[in-house]
Design a protein around this ligand. Structure first.
Ligand SMILES: Nc1ncnc2c1ncn2[C@@H]1O[C@H](COP(=O)(O)OP(=O)(O)OP(=O)(O)O)[C@@H](O)[C@H]1O
Ligand SMILES: [Mg+2]
Length: 258
Protein backbone atom coordinates (compact mmCIF):
# COMPACT_ATOMS: atom_id res chain seq x y z
CA UNK A 1 0.00 0.00 0.00
CA UNK A 2 1.38 3.39 -0.98
CA UNK A 3 -0.42 5.84 1.32
CA UNK A 4 -1.99 4.63 4.55
CA UNK A 5 -3.86 6.62 7.13
CA UNK A 6 -4.14 4.55 10.23
CA UNK A 7 -6.59 5.28 13.09
CA UNK A 8 -5.93 8.99 12.78
CA UNK A 9 -7.47 11.38 15.32
CA UNK A 10 -6.87 15.10 15.48
CA UNK A 11 -7.90 17.34 18.37
CA UNK A 12 -7.33 21.05 18.80
CA UNK A 13 -7.20 22.73 22.18
CA UNK A 14 -9.79 25.52 22.41
CA UNK A 15 -11.13 27.67 25.24
CA UNK A 16 -14.12 25.30 25.45
CA UNK A 17 -11.83 22.27 25.70
CA UNK A 18 -10.60 19.76 23.12
CA UNK A 19 -12.23 20.10 19.71
CA UNK A 20 -12.30 16.74 17.92
CA UNK A 21 -11.81 17.58 14.24
CA UNK A 22 -10.90 14.18 12.80
CA UNK A 23 -12.02 10.90 14.33
CA UNK A 24 -10.82 7.38 13.51
CA UNK A 25 -9.77 8.11 9.95
CA UNK A 26 -8.55 5.08 8.01
CA UNK A 27 -7.62 5.23 4.34
CA UNK A 28 -5.56 3.02 2.06
CA UNK A 29 -4.44 4.36 -1.30
CA UNK A 30 -2.52 2.55 -4.03
CA UNK A 31 0.07 4.18 -6.24
CA UNK A 32 -1.54 5.72 -9.34
CA UNK A 33 -4.98 6.27 -7.82
CA UNK A 34 -6.91 9.53 -8.18
CA UNK A 35 -8.68 9.91 -4.85
CA UNK A 36 -11.12 12.62 -3.84
CA UNK A 37 -12.13 13.28 -0.24
CA UNK A 38 -15.49 15.05 -0.23
CA UNK A 39 -17.07 16.75 2.74
CA UNK A 40 -18.95 19.79 3.93
CA UNK A 41 -17.18 22.88 5.20
CA UNK A 42 -15.72 22.14 8.63
CA UNK A 43 -15.46 18.37 8.11
CA UNK A 44 -11.70 18.60 8.63
CA UNK A 45 -10.61 18.21 4.99
CA UNK A 46 -7.79 20.75 5.10
CA UNK A 47 -6.72 19.43 8.50
CA UNK A 48 -6.50 15.93 7.04
CA UNK A 49 -4.43 17.12 4.08
CA UNK A 50 -2.05 18.96 6.43
CA UNK A 51 -1.40 15.70 8.33
CA UNK A 52 -0.60 13.91 5.04
CA UNK A 53 1.64 16.78 3.95
CA UNK A 54 3.46 16.64 7.30
CA UNK A 55 2.62 20.29 8.03
CA UNK A 56 0.95 19.16 11.25
CA UNK A 57 0.98 15.93 13.29
CA UNK A 58 -1.97 13.75 14.28
CA UNK A 59 -3.01 13.65 17.96
CA UNK A 60 -3.06 9.85 17.69
CA UNK A 61 -2.63 7.46 14.78
CA UNK A 62 -0.37 7.98 11.81
CA UNK A 63 0.11 8.60 8.12
CA UNK A 64 2.47 6.23 6.29
CA UNK A 65 3.91 6.60 2.81
CA UNK A 66 5.57 3.50 1.40
CA UNK A 67 5.46 2.10 4.92
CA UNK A 68 7.31 5.07 6.44
CA UNK A 69 5.66 7.26 9.04
CA UNK A 70 5.18 10.87 7.91
CA UNK A 71 6.75 13.29 10.42
CA UNK A 72 7.50 16.38 8.31
CA UNK A 73 6.99 17.78 4.81
CA UNK A 74 9.00 16.08 2.08
CA UNK A 75 9.70 16.36 -1.63
CA UNK A 76 7.80 13.09 -2.15
CA UNK A 77 4.59 15.15 -1.60
CA UNK A 78 3.62 18.13 -3.76
CA UNK A 79 0.99 20.56 -2.47
CA UNK A 80 -1.49 22.76 -4.33
CA UNK A 81 -3.70 25.06 -2.25
CA UNK A 82 -7.06 26.65 -2.96
CA UNK A 83 -5.83 30.20 -2.74
CA UNK A 84 -3.27 31.33 -5.22
CA UNK A 85 0.11 30.99 -3.61
CA UNK A 86 2.39 32.37 -6.32
CA UNK A 87 4.89 35.07 -5.35
CA UNK A 88 3.66 38.21 -7.13
CA UNK A 89 7.16 39.61 -7.71
CA UNK A 90 8.48 36.43 -9.35
CA UNK A 91 7.68 35.52 -12.92
CA UNK A 92 6.14 32.16 -13.85
CA UNK A 93 9.52 30.49 -14.42
CA UNK A 94 10.91 31.72 -11.08
CA UNK A 95 7.75 30.67 -9.24
CA UNK A 96 7.98 27.20 -10.78
CA UNK A 97 11.64 26.86 -9.82
CA UNK A 98 11.17 28.09 -6.28
CA UNK A 99 10.74 24.71 -4.53
CA UNK A 100 13.77 23.34 -6.33
CA UNK A 101 15.79 26.39 -5.30
CA UNK A 102 14.88 25.74 -1.66
CA UNK A 103 16.06 22.16 -2.12
CA UNK A 104 19.42 23.46 -3.38
CA UNK A 105 19.05 22.16 -6.94
CA UNK A 106 21.68 23.89 -9.16
CA UNK A 107 20.46 26.69 -11.41
CA UNK A 108 20.78 24.97 -14.78
CA UNK A 109 19.07 21.83 -13.59
CA UNK A 110 16.19 23.64 -11.94
CA UNK A 111 15.69 25.79 -15.02
CA UNK A 112 15.40 22.68 -17.20
CA UNK A 113 13.13 20.89 -14.76
CA UNK A 114 10.79 23.88 -14.36
CA UNK A 115 10.68 24.44 -18.14
CA UNK A 116 9.75 20.83 -18.65
CA UNK A 117 6.77 21.09 -16.28
CA UNK A 118 5.69 24.47 -17.62
CA UNK A 119 5.44 22.71 -20.94
CA UNK A 120 3.40 19.90 -19.33
CA UNK A 121 0.86 22.45 -18.05
CA UNK A 122 0.91 24.35 -21.38
CA UNK A 123 2.45 27.59 -20.12
CA UNK A 124 5.84 27.70 -21.85
CA UNK A 125 4.87 30.94 -23.62
CA UNK A 126 4.13 32.59 -20.27
CA UNK A 127 7.42 31.75 -18.55
CA UNK A 128 8.34 35.43 -18.23
CA UNK A 129 4.88 36.68 -17.27
CA UNK A 130 4.07 37.86 -13.76
CA UNK A 131 1.19 36.21 -11.84
CA UNK A 132 -0.96 39.35 -12.19
CA UNK A 133 -0.91 38.86 -15.96
CA UNK A 134 -2.47 35.37 -15.66
CA UNK A 135 -6.04 34.14 -15.30
CA UNK A 136 -7.06 32.09 -12.23
CA UNK A 137 -6.83 28.81 -14.15
CA UNK A 138 -3.36 29.69 -15.42
CA UNK A 139 -2.20 30.57 -11.91
CA UNK A 140 -3.33 27.18 -10.67
CA UNK A 141 -1.52 25.51 -13.57
CA UNK A 142 1.67 27.29 -12.46
CA UNK A 143 1.05 26.07 -8.89
CA UNK A 144 0.65 22.54 -10.28
CA UNK A 145 3.85 22.90 -12.36
CA UNK A 146 5.69 24.11 -9.24
CA UNK A 147 4.44 21.11 -7.26
CA UNK A 148 5.34 18.71 -10.11
CA UNK A 149 8.82 20.22 -10.61
CA UNK A 150 10.05 18.48 -7.45
CA UNK A 151 8.84 15.20 -9.01
CA UNK A 152 6.66 14.15 -6.08
CA UNK A 153 5.17 10.66 -5.79
CA UNK A 154 1.85 12.16 -4.79
CA UNK A 155 0.08 15.41 -5.51
CA UNK A 156 -2.00 16.74 -2.59
CA UNK A 157 -4.60 19.30 -3.64
CA UNK A 158 -6.84 21.32 -1.33
CA UNK A 159 -9.88 22.56 -3.30
CA UNK A 160 -7.59 23.75 -6.09
CA UNK A 161 -10.40 24.79 -8.43
CA UNK A 162 -12.82 26.22 -5.86
CA UNK A 163 -12.26 29.81 -6.91
CA UNK A 164 -12.60 29.24 -10.67
CA UNK A 165 -15.62 29.91 -12.86
CA UNK A 166 -17.43 26.86 -14.25
CA UNK A 167 -15.82 26.92 -17.72
CA UNK A 168 -12.28 27.32 -16.41
CA UNK A 169 -13.01 24.61 -13.87
CA UNK A 170 -14.14 22.24 -16.63
CA UNK A 171 -11.01 22.85 -18.65
CA UNK A 172 -8.90 22.25 -15.50
CA UNK A 173 -10.75 18.95 -15.00
CA UNK A 174 -9.82 17.85 -18.51
CA UNK A 175 -6.28 18.98 -17.87
CA UNK A 176 -6.08 16.96 -14.60
CA UNK A 177 -7.42 13.78 -16.22
CA UNK A 178 -4.96 14.15 -19.07
CA UNK A 179 -2.08 14.77 -16.62
CA UNK A 180 -3.08 11.77 -14.52
CA UNK A 181 -3.23 9.48 -17.57
CA UNK A 182 0.10 10.72 -18.94
CA UNK A 183 2.06 10.60 -15.68
CA UNK A 184 0.37 7.88 -13.63
CA UNK A 185 0.80 10.18 -10.64
CA UNK A 186 -1.03 9.47 -7.39
CA UNK A 187 -3.44 12.31 -6.69
CA UNK A 188 -5.25 13.05 -3.43
CA UNK A 189 -7.65 15.92 -3.90
CA UNK A 190 -10.01 17.54 -1.49
CA UNK A 191 -13.22 19.15 -2.65
CA UNK A 192 -16.73 19.95 -1.54
CA UNK A 193 -17.89 19.74 -5.17
CA UNK A 194 -19.57 16.35 -5.57
CA UNK A 195 -19.68 16.44 -9.40
CA UNK A 196 -16.00 17.31 -9.52
CA UNK A 197 -15.20 14.32 -7.31
CA UNK A 198 -17.28 11.87 -9.35
CA UNK A 199 -15.91 13.13 -12.67
CA UNK A 200 -12.23 13.03 -11.66
CA UNK A 201 -11.57 10.26 -9.20
CA UNK A 202 -11.46 6.50 -9.32
CA UNK A 203 -12.41 6.36 -5.63
CA UNK A 204 -14.08 8.77 -3.21
CA UNK A 205 -14.02 9.04 0.56
CA UNK A 206 -17.12 10.88 1.78
CA UNK A 207 -16.55 12.64 5.09
CA UNK A 208 -19.16 13.53 7.69
CA UNK A 209 -18.69 16.65 9.79
CA UNK A 210 -18.14 17.39 13.50
CA UNK A 211 -16.17 15.33 13.98
CA UNK A 212 -14.79 14.51 10.55
CA UNK A 213 -15.18 10.79 9.93
CA UNK A 214 -15.20 8.60 6.84
CA UNK A 215 -18.87 7.87 6.16
CA UNK A 216 -18.45 5.99 2.94
CA UNK A 217 -15.91 4.82 0.45
CA UNK A 218 -17.16 4.74 -3.12
CA UNK A 219 -15.46 3.20 -6.16
CA UNK A 220 -16.28 5.18 -9.30
CA UNK A 221 -16.64 3.27 -12.55
CA UNK A 222 -17.70 5.56 -15.36
CA UNK A 223 -18.09 4.38 -18.97
CA UNK A 224 -15.75 7.22 -20.05
CA UNK A 225 -14.30 10.50 -18.75
CA UNK A 226 -15.49 12.95 -21.37
CA UNK A 227 -17.83 15.74 -20.28
CA UNK A 228 -20.81 14.02 -21.97
CA UNK A 229 -20.62 11.34 -19.26
CA UNK A 230 -22.18 13.92 -16.92
CA UNK A 231 -25.49 13.26 -18.72
CA UNK A 232 -25.20 9.51 -18.11
CA UNK A 233 -27.49 7.91 -15.51
CA UNK A 234 -24.48 6.21 -13.84
CA UNK A 235 -22.96 9.63 -13.21
CA UNK A 236 -26.26 10.89 -11.76
CA UNK A 237 -26.56 7.86 -9.49
CA UNK A 238 -23.11 8.43 -7.97
CA UNK A 239 -23.74 12.15 -7.60
CA UNK A 240 -27.17 11.73 -5.99
CA UNK A 241 -25.93 9.08 -3.57
CA UNK A 242 -23.08 11.33 -2.43
CA UNK A 243 -25.27 14.43 -2.17
CA UNK A 244 -27.78 12.53 -0.05
CA UNK A 245 -25.01 11.18 2.19
CA UNK A 246 -23.49 14.62 2.74
CA UNK A 247 -26.91 16.18 3.32
CA UNK A 248 -27.83 13.53 5.89
CA UNK A 249 -24.54 13.82 7.78
CA UNK A 250 -24.60 17.59 7.53
CA UNK A 251 -27.99 17.62 9.29
CA UNK A 252 -26.69 15.22 11.92
CA UNK A 253 -23.76 17.54 12.53
CA UNK A 254 -26.05 20.55 12.96
CA UNK A 255 -28.22 18.56 15.37
CA UNK A 256 -25.12 17.53 17.35
CA UNK A 257 -24.06 21.16 17.76
CA UNK A 258 -27.53 22.47 18.69
N1 LIG B 1 -5.28 25.23 14.32
C1 LIG B 1 -6.55 25.08 14.70
N2 LIG B 1 -6.95 25.35 15.95
C2 LIG B 1 -8.24 25.17 16.33
N3 LIG B 1 -9.20 24.73 15.52
C3 LIG B 1 -8.88 24.45 14.24
C4 LIG B 1 -7.54 24.61 13.76
N4 LIG B 1 -7.51 24.25 12.45
C5 LIG B 1 -8.77 23.89 12.14
N5 LIG B 1 -9.58 24.01 13.20
C6 LIG B 1 -11.02 23.69 13.24
O1 LIG B 1 -11.19 22.41 12.69
C7 LIG B 1 -12.40 22.32 11.95
C8 LIG B 1 -12.10 21.78 10.58
O2 LIG B 1 -11.35 22.73 9.85
P1 LIG B 1 -10.83 22.45 8.37
O3 LIG B 1 -10.22 23.71 7.88
O4 LIG B 1 -9.98 21.24 8.35
O5 LIG B 1 -12.20 22.14 7.61
P2 LIG B 1 -12.48 22.00 6.04
O6 LIG B 1 -13.27 20.74 5.86
O7 LIG B 1 -11.21 22.13 5.27
O8 LIG B 1 -13.45 23.23 5.77
P3 LIG B 1 -13.59 24.15 4.42
O9 LIG B 1 -14.41 23.32 3.46
O10 LIG B 1 -14.35 25.32 4.90
O11 LIG B 1 -12.22 24.47 3.92
C9 LIG B 1 -13.01 23.71 11.98
O12 LIG B 1 -14.02 23.71 12.96
C10 LIG B 1 -11.86 24.61 12.35
O13 LIG B 1 -12.32 25.72 13.07
MG1 LIG C 1 -10.49 23.52 3.89
Amino acid sequence: MFLEIHNLNKHFATKEGALVVLKDINMAIERGEFICAVGASGSGKSTLLRQIAGLDTPTTGEVRIDGKRVASPGSDRGMVFQHYTLYPWMNVQENTEFGLKLQGVPKKERREQASYYLNVVGLTKFARALPKELSGGMKQRVAIARALASEPDILLMDEPFGALDIHTKESMHEFMLDLWQRTNLTIFMITHDVEEAVFLSNRIYALGARPGTVRKEMVINLPNRSHTVKRHSIFHDYRDELMELLRRHGQEAVAAVA
